[in-house]
Design a protein around this ligand. Structure first.
Ligand code: IPE
Ligand code: IPE
Ligand code: MG
Length: 248
Protein backbone atom coordinates (compact mmCIF):
# COMPACT_ATOMS: atom_id res chain seq x y z
CA UNK A 1 0.00 0.00 0.00
CA UNK A 2 1.25 3.49 -0.83
CA UNK A 3 1.70 5.63 2.26
CA UNK A 4 0.99 8.88 0.44
CA UNK A 5 -2.57 10.11 0.55
CA UNK A 6 -4.90 9.26 -2.27
CA UNK A 7 -7.85 11.11 -0.82
CA UNK A 8 -7.68 14.83 -0.26
CA UNK A 9 -4.90 17.06 -1.54
CA UNK A 10 -6.26 19.92 0.51
CA UNK A 11 -4.42 21.14 3.58
CA UNK A 12 -6.44 21.18 6.81
CA UNK A 13 -7.75 24.65 7.62
CA UNK A 14 -6.67 26.81 10.52
CA UNK A 15 -9.12 26.41 13.40
CA UNK A 16 -10.31 29.36 15.46
CA UNK A 17 -12.68 29.54 18.42
CA UNK A 18 -15.03 31.57 16.27
CA UNK A 19 -16.08 29.76 13.10
CA UNK A 20 -14.82 31.68 10.09
CA UNK A 21 -17.67 30.48 7.91
CA UNK A 22 -21.19 29.68 9.14
CA UNK A 23 -23.69 28.09 6.72
CA UNK A 24 -27.37 27.90 7.68
CA UNK A 25 -30.40 26.01 6.40
CA UNK A 26 -33.13 28.41 7.46
CA UNK A 27 -35.96 25.96 8.00
CA UNK A 28 -39.28 26.11 9.85
CA UNK A 29 -40.97 29.25 8.50
CA UNK A 30 -44.12 27.34 7.57
CA UNK A 31 -44.38 25.62 10.95
CA UNK A 32 -43.75 28.91 12.74
CA UNK A 33 -46.67 30.42 10.84
CA UNK A 34 -48.88 27.46 11.67
CA UNK A 35 -48.16 27.68 15.39
CA UNK A 36 -49.20 31.35 15.21
CA UNK A 37 -52.31 30.56 13.13
CA UNK A 38 -50.92 32.57 10.23
CA UNK A 39 -50.52 31.74 6.53
CA UNK A 40 -47.14 30.22 5.54
CA UNK A 41 -46.20 33.46 3.80
CA UNK A 42 -46.22 35.28 7.15
CA UNK A 43 -43.57 32.83 8.31
CA UNK A 44 -41.36 33.65 5.34
CA UNK A 45 -41.74 37.36 6.06
CA UNK A 46 -40.75 36.87 9.68
CA UNK A 47 -37.83 34.79 8.46
CA UNK A 48 -36.38 37.90 6.83
CA UNK A 49 -36.14 39.47 10.30
CA UNK A 50 -34.07 36.52 11.46
CA UNK A 51 -31.78 37.01 8.47
CA UNK A 52 -31.13 40.60 9.57
CA UNK A 53 -30.41 39.44 13.11
CA UNK A 54 -28.08 36.69 11.89
CA UNK A 55 -26.12 39.12 9.73
CA UNK A 56 -25.68 41.59 12.60
CA UNK A 57 -24.77 38.85 15.06
CA UNK A 58 -22.16 37.38 12.73
CA UNK A 59 -20.53 40.77 12.27
CA UNK A 60 -20.42 41.30 16.05
CA UNK A 61 -18.87 37.91 16.59
CA UNK A 62 -16.36 38.40 13.77
CA UNK A 63 -17.62 35.56 11.62
CA UNK A 64 -16.26 36.35 8.13
CA UNK A 65 -18.61 34.34 5.94
CA UNK A 66 -22.32 33.72 6.41
CA UNK A 67 -24.09 31.52 3.85
CA UNK A 68 -27.87 31.19 3.92
CA UNK A 69 -29.98 28.64 2.06
CA UNK A 70 -32.97 30.62 0.79
CA UNK A 71 -34.38 28.42 -1.98
CA UNK A 72 -33.31 24.94 -2.99
CA UNK A 73 -33.41 23.38 -6.44
CA UNK A 74 -36.10 21.10 -4.97
CA UNK A 75 -38.29 23.95 -3.68
CA UNK A 76 -39.79 24.28 -7.19
CA UNK A 77 -41.93 21.33 -6.12
CA UNK A 78 -43.93 23.61 -3.80
CA UNK A 79 -47.31 25.10 -4.71
CA UNK A 80 -46.93 27.78 -7.37
CA UNK A 81 -48.40 30.49 -5.08
CA UNK A 82 -45.70 29.88 -2.50
CA UNK A 83 -42.95 29.88 -5.13
CA UNK A 84 -44.12 33.20 -6.57
CA UNK A 85 -44.40 34.67 -3.09
CA UNK A 86 -40.85 33.60 -2.24
CA UNK A 87 -39.52 35.01 -5.51
CA UNK A 88 -41.28 38.33 -4.95
CA UNK A 89 -40.05 38.49 -1.37
CA UNK A 90 -36.51 37.78 -2.57
CA UNK A 91 -36.58 40.61 -5.14
CA UNK A 92 -38.21 43.00 -2.66
CA UNK A 93 -35.64 42.29 0.04
CA UNK A 94 -32.80 42.59 -2.49
CA UNK A 95 -34.16 45.93 -3.61
CA UNK A 96 -34.41 47.26 -0.07
CA UNK A 97 -31.35 45.78 1.54
CA UNK A 98 -28.42 45.64 -0.88
CA UNK A 99 -27.57 49.30 -0.41
CA UNK A 100 -27.71 48.83 3.37
CA UNK A 101 -25.42 45.83 3.11
CA UNK A 102 -22.99 47.99 1.16
CA UNK A 103 -23.15 50.79 3.73
CA UNK A 104 -22.30 48.25 6.39
CA UNK A 105 -19.25 46.95 4.56
CA UNK A 106 -20.82 43.63 3.62
CA UNK A 107 -19.92 41.76 0.45
CA UNK A 108 -23.02 40.26 -1.12
CA UNK A 109 -22.99 37.08 -3.22
CA UNK A 110 -25.60 34.76 -4.64
CA UNK A 111 -24.93 31.12 -5.54
CA UNK A 112 -27.28 28.87 -7.47
CA UNK A 113 -28.65 28.33 -10.93
CA UNK A 114 -29.86 31.81 -11.83
CA UNK A 115 -31.05 30.88 -15.31
CA UNK A 116 -34.56 30.32 -13.96
CA UNK A 117 -34.80 33.85 -12.53
CA UNK A 118 -36.24 36.75 -14.49
CA UNK A 119 -33.88 39.20 -16.13
CA UNK A 120 -34.62 42.00 -13.66
CA UNK A 121 -33.73 39.85 -10.68
CA UNK A 122 -30.52 38.65 -12.32
CA UNK A 123 -29.51 42.26 -12.97
CA UNK A 124 -30.27 43.18 -9.37
CA UNK A 125 -28.11 40.34 -8.14
CA UNK A 126 -25.19 41.12 -10.45
CA UNK A 127 -25.34 44.85 -9.64
CA UNK A 128 -25.43 44.09 -5.92
CA UNK A 129 -22.48 41.75 -6.22
CA UNK A 130 -20.49 44.27 -8.20
CA UNK A 131 -21.29 47.17 -5.90
CA UNK A 132 -20.23 45.27 -2.78
CA UNK A 133 -17.35 43.30 -4.29
CA UNK A 134 -14.55 44.99 -2.34
CA UNK A 135 -16.25 44.98 1.07
CA UNK A 136 -14.48 42.91 3.69
CA UNK A 137 -16.44 43.01 6.96
CA UNK A 138 -18.62 39.99 6.17
CA UNK A 139 -19.32 38.01 3.03
CA UNK A 140 -23.03 37.24 2.94
CA UNK A 141 -23.92 34.53 0.44
CA UNK A 142 -27.50 33.68 -0.41
CA UNK A 143 -28.07 30.26 -1.96
CA UNK A 144 -30.99 30.71 -4.34
CA UNK A 145 -32.14 27.92 -6.62
CA UNK A 146 -29.08 26.18 -5.28
CA UNK A 147 -28.43 22.45 -5.14
CA UNK A 148 -25.22 20.73 -4.09
CA UNK A 149 -25.46 18.29 -6.98
CA UNK A 150 -26.05 21.11 -9.46
CA UNK A 151 -22.94 22.82 -8.06
CA UNK A 152 -20.68 19.81 -8.57
CA UNK A 153 -22.06 19.19 -12.05
CA UNK A 154 -21.69 22.77 -13.20
CA UNK A 155 -18.12 22.75 -11.85
CA UNK A 156 -17.27 19.65 -13.87
CA UNK A 157 -18.80 21.22 -16.96
CA UNK A 158 -16.93 24.49 -16.54
CA UNK A 159 -13.64 22.75 -15.81
CA UNK A 160 -14.10 20.66 -18.93
CA UNK A 161 -14.86 23.72 -21.09
CA UNK A 162 -11.82 25.59 -19.76
CA UNK A 163 -9.43 22.66 -19.82
CA UNK A 164 -10.74 19.60 -21.72
CA UNK A 165 -7.49 17.70 -21.19
CA UNK A 166 -7.93 17.63 -17.41
CA UNK A 167 -10.99 15.41 -17.32
CA UNK A 168 -9.01 12.15 -17.36
CA UNK A 169 -6.66 13.13 -14.57
CA UNK A 170 -7.65 15.83 -12.12
CA UNK A 171 -7.29 16.40 -8.40
CA UNK A 172 -9.74 18.01 -5.96
CA UNK A 173 -8.25 21.47 -6.24
CA UNK A 174 -8.61 21.43 -10.03
CA UNK A 175 -12.34 20.98 -9.65
CA UNK A 176 -13.06 22.93 -6.47
CA UNK A 177 -12.01 26.22 -8.07
CA UNK A 178 -15.06 25.93 -10.32
CA UNK A 179 -17.53 25.39 -7.48
CA UNK A 180 -19.96 28.23 -6.86
CA UNK A 181 -18.32 29.17 -3.54
CA UNK A 182 -14.69 28.98 -4.62
CA UNK A 183 -14.19 32.47 -3.15
CA UNK A 184 -14.81 31.24 0.41
CA UNK A 185 -13.23 28.75 2.79
CA UNK A 186 -15.38 25.68 3.43
CA UNK A 187 -17.96 26.16 6.22
CA UNK A 188 -16.70 25.50 9.75
CA UNK A 189 -20.17 25.40 11.26
CA UNK A 190 -23.41 24.25 9.65
CA UNK A 191 -26.69 25.09 11.37
CA UNK A 192 -30.10 23.73 10.48
CA UNK A 193 -33.11 25.15 12.27
CA UNK A 194 -36.58 23.61 12.34
CA UNK A 195 -35.71 20.19 13.74
CA UNK A 196 -35.00 18.18 10.57
CA UNK A 197 -31.65 16.44 10.53
CA UNK A 198 -30.73 16.40 6.88
CA UNK A 199 -28.61 18.32 4.39
CA UNK A 200 -31.35 18.75 1.73
CA UNK A 201 -28.87 19.10 -1.14
CA UNK A 202 -27.09 22.12 0.41
CA UNK A 203 -23.31 22.49 0.03
CA UNK A 204 -22.56 18.80 -0.49
CA UNK A 205 -18.91 19.11 -1.46
CA UNK A 206 -18.09 21.92 0.93
CA UNK A 207 -19.64 20.34 4.04
CA UNK A 208 -17.41 17.28 4.00
CA UNK A 209 -15.66 18.27 7.28
CA UNK A 210 -18.02 20.92 8.62
CA UNK A 211 -19.30 20.62 12.19
CA UNK A 212 -23.05 19.99 12.03
CA UNK A 213 -25.51 21.57 14.46
CA UNK A 214 -29.24 20.90 14.43
CA UNK A 215 -31.76 22.81 16.51
CA UNK A 216 -35.54 22.54 16.92
CA UNK A 217 -35.79 26.33 17.02
CA UNK A 218 -37.85 27.49 14.03
CA UNK A 219 -36.05 29.97 11.77
CA UNK A 220 -38.28 32.98 12.64
CA UNK A 221 -37.41 32.39 16.33
CA UNK A 222 -33.66 32.07 15.69
CA UNK A 223 -31.92 35.02 17.36
CA UNK A 224 -28.51 36.14 18.62
CA UNK A 225 -28.72 33.80 21.62
CA UNK A 226 -29.54 30.87 19.35
CA UNK A 227 -26.45 31.64 17.29
CA UNK A 228 -24.35 31.78 20.45
CA UNK A 229 -25.62 28.34 21.48
CA UNK A 230 -24.56 26.96 18.10
CA UNK A 231 -21.13 28.58 18.36
CA UNK A 232 -20.76 27.24 21.91
CA UNK A 233 -21.50 23.74 20.66
CA UNK A 234 -18.96 24.27 17.87
CA UNK A 235 -16.31 25.30 20.40
CA UNK A 236 -16.70 21.97 22.20
CA UNK A 237 -15.93 19.92 19.11
CA UNK A 238 -12.57 18.41 18.35
CA UNK A 239 -11.90 18.83 14.65
CA UNK A 240 -9.52 16.09 13.67
CA UNK A 241 -9.83 15.92 9.87
CA UNK A 242 -8.93 12.26 9.92
CA UNK A 243 -6.09 12.50 12.41
CA UNK A 244 -6.11 11.30 16.05
CA UNK A 245 -6.33 13.55 19.10
CA UNK A 246 -2.64 13.17 19.95
CA UNK A 247 -1.65 14.68 16.63
CA UNK A 248 -3.50 17.94 17.13
C1 IPE B 1 -37.82 27.32 5.06
O1 IPE B 1 -39.03 27.17 5.73
C2 IPE B 1 -37.90 28.37 3.99
C3 IPE B 1 -37.80 27.85 2.62
C4 IPE B 1 -37.61 26.62 2.28
C5 IPE B 1 -37.91 28.84 1.58
P1 IPE B 1 -40.11 26.15 5.22
O2 IPE B 1 -41.02 26.88 4.28
O3 IPE B 1 -39.49 24.93 4.69
O4 IPE B 1 -40.88 25.86 6.57
P2 IPE B 1 -41.46 24.46 7.07
O5 IPE B 1 -40.36 23.46 6.95
O6 IPE B 1 -42.62 24.15 6.19
O7 IPE B 1 -41.85 24.73 8.47
C1 IPE C 1 -34.37 23.35 2.71
O1 IPE C 1 -35.59 23.47 3.36
C2 IPE C 1 -34.18 24.48 1.77
C3 IPE C 1 -34.20 25.81 2.36
C4 IPE C 1 -34.22 26.14 3.61
C5 IPE C 1 -34.13 26.84 1.39
P1 IPE C 1 -36.82 22.53 2.98
O2 IPE C 1 -37.82 22.75 4.04
O3 IPE C 1 -37.25 22.76 1.59
O4 IPE C 1 -36.14 21.09 3.11
P2 IPE C 1 -36.73 19.64 2.92
O5 IPE C 1 -37.08 19.50 1.48
O6 IPE C 1 -37.92 19.52 3.81
O7 IPE C 1 -35.63 18.75 3.32
MG1 MG D 1 -38.98 23.15 5.53
Amino acid sequence: MHVTSSSSNKTTPKIDMIPQHVAIIMDGNGRWARTHSLPRMAGHKRGVESVRTAVKSCIKRKVNYLTLYAFSSENWRRPIEEISFLMQLFTLVLDQEVIKLHENGIRFKVIGDLTKFDQKTIEFIRNGEEMTASNTRLTLTIAANYGGRWDIMQAIQRMHTKNPGLINNFVENDLSQYLAMSYAPEPDLFIRTGGEQRISNFLLWQLSYTELYFTDTLWPDFNADSLDLAIKSYQQRERRFGRISEQL
